[in-house]
Ligand binder design. Structure first.
Ligand SMILES: *[C@@H]1O[C@H](CO)[C@@H](O)[C@H](O)[C@H]1NC(C)=O
Ligand SMILES: *[C@@H]1O[C@H](CO)[C@@H](O)[C@H](O)[C@H]1NC(C)=O
Ligand SMILES: *[C@@H]1O[C@H](CO)[C@@H](O)[C@H](O)[C@H]1NC(C)=O
Ligand SMILES: *[C@@H]1O[C@H](CO)[C@@H](O)[C@H](O)[C@H]1NC(C)=O
Length: 457
């Protein structure tokens, strides 16, 4: 058996193990929210214990309580987002499941017909069917996981109601400790969410055309490290002879053409494969293999570093050319450079970069010729390569940096406007940003987790 695709297993789950309104448990230190990373089933566990009544000094810190409530509301919103995503995947899984079931009953029919039994095609199909069988319990598991999320949601809602009631009833407390714990919990929730969204690419849907503007080649993006409320868009038209970056406060401002800021970079860029990550723009300096890190906040270049041995200036571009030799991108695991070297015979090299220093932390050599690649993007440490920049393209090859192995695949991508000159994953939005022949487009991706099965034989 090959590895199976499994959905959402380690799942994030908040358990309110011991909430106690005023009586039973009476710890000394006041309110406590204990959160542990994960239990054996991969759930986040959170325990809330109420303070001893007598210790509840009324030192007018209702502001803290309000903030705490807000925090919990924010967490609820995160869960809401998570839930949406889960529901979306769930729909897909359900569809797959019913298709498989349909397939199975079809086979039963055919099987009863002895003549067709003999054909080679049928045997092949039957083999494929058997391969798919183990997926069914996995799908069942997925349903359970999805219900865990709604439970998580409900418990957060309950916690929030309880806190609100206490605020009304007793007024203000010293909640600093509790606040700290909630902060910690929030961090873990975020980690869990990242894990939950990580997985193997299964499907690409869309595109949605956000805007039609600029030349045939360009780049647009948002910062995956920015907070959910910060939706600034950066826009870099054309692949050469340009150093003007346009900033928009939001996607709707971008659509309306309401610019908020313009940056004049000190050096021209090459290609369209820039990335904005954690407040900085990373781009390939024209006619060099130097990567430039430009801070939007200071409006200055903070770091420059050559990507050793990387081909540049159309030595190893993607199929469409356009000085697309060095592709910078970010995913759940950080910042990456995709390029090719003579040492690796013009095949794609993947390097993980330190976002501060742009130093190469680690590299992987693939056997996929860069010049034959349409575009590539990284999701959860796996590089996905499309076989063309033209219509009919599909995600054809993937390379996992986790296992240092590759795989051929066949995931269609709808290239609506014929020529794709940029395609990059944004982990925060869980979307692919594309520049499709002068159209700025977005694709959704569906990801699944991978577990190993032991029945290799
Ligand atoms: C809740 O989220 C909003 C918007 O993201 C933010 O302004 C606010 O500071 C957050 N509140 C807390 C307590 O984290
Ligand atoms: C949330 O509160 C409702 C009403 O108090 C209760 O019925 C429900 O069991 C609680 N849910 C959880 C998950 O604790
Ligand atoms: C993002 O930048 C902040 C400082 O601006 C830094 O503290 C943080 O570690 C950075 N995050 C990543 C993932 O590089
Ligand atoms: C992606 O999915 C979200 C949530 O289901 C939806 O609102 C959005 O329109 C989708 N975008 C694309 C490009 O399909």
């Amino acid at each position: 058996m090959r590895p199976l695709f499994v959905v959402l297993k380690p799942l994030c789950f908040l358990a309110l193990l011991g909430y106690c309104p005023s009586a039973t448990i009476r710890p000394k230190e006041g309110w406590q929210v204990y959160s542990s990373a994960q239990d054996a089933d991969g759930r986040c566990i959170c325990t809330v214990v109420a303070p001893e009544q007598s210790l509840c000094s009324r030192d007018a810190k209702s502001k803290q309580l309000r903030q705490l409530l807000e925090k919990i509301q924010n967490m609820s919103q995160s869960i809401e987002v998570l839930n949406l995503r889960t529901q979306r995947d769930f729909q897909y899984v359900m569809k797959m499941e019913s298709q498989m079931k349909g397939l199975r009953s079809k086979f039963r029919q055919i099987e009863s017909n002895r003549r067709t039994l003999l054909t080679k095609n049928f045997q092949e199909l039957k083999g494929k069917m058997n391969e798919l069988q183990p997926l069914i319990p996995v799908l069942e598991q997925y349903k359970t996981d999805a219900s865990l999320i709604s439970q998580f949601k409900e418990e957060l809602r309950n916690l929030s109601v309880v806190l609100m009631a206490i605020q009304e009833e007793i007024g203000a407390y010293d909640y600093e400790e509790l606040q700290q714990r909630v902060l910690g919990l929030e961090g873990r929730l975020r980690n869990c969410m990242n894990k939950l969204t990580c997985g193997k690419l299964m499907k690409i849907t869309g595109p949605i055309t956000v805007k039609t503007s600029g030349t045939r080649f360009g780049a647009w993006m948002t910062d995956p490290q920015a907070s959910p409320k910060n939706n600034k868009v950066w826009y870099m038209d054309s692949y050469t002879n340009n150093k003007i970056v346009r900033e928009y406060k939001s996607v709707s401002d971008f659509v309306a053409g309401v610019e908020s800021k313009t940056y004049n970079l000190p050096f021209h860029w090459a290609g369209t494969n820039h990335v904005v990550y954690n407040g900085s723009l990373y781009y390939n300096k024209y006619q060099s293999n130097i990567i430039v890190r430009y801070s939007f906040e200071s409006g200055r270049v903070t770091t420059q570093r050559a990507l050793e041995s990387a081909g540049f200036h159309n030595v190893y571009p993607y199929t469409w050319g356009g000085f697309s030799d060095i592709d910078l991108m970010a995913d759940e695991l950080g910042l990456w450079a995709i390029y090719a070297t003579n040492q690796n015979a013009g095949n794609i090299v993947i390097s993980r970069l330190d976002p501060q220093t742009i130093q190469v932390l680690n590299s992987w050599n693939t056997e996929y010729s860069k010049r034959n690649a349409g575009e590539s993007f990284m999701i959860c440490g796996t590089l996905y390569i499309t076989n063309s920049h033209l219509t009919g393209a599909k995600v054809y090859y993937s390379y996992s940096t986790k296992t240092s192995t590759y795989e051929y695949m066949d995931i269609p991508i709808h290239n609506q406007y014929f020529h794709m000159s940029m395609l990059d994953y944004n982990a925060r939005d869980r979307a692919l940003y594309g520049w499709n022949n002068g159209h700025q487009v977005l694709f959704n991706v569906t990801l699944f987790h991978i577990i190993k099965t032991d029945d290799e034989s």
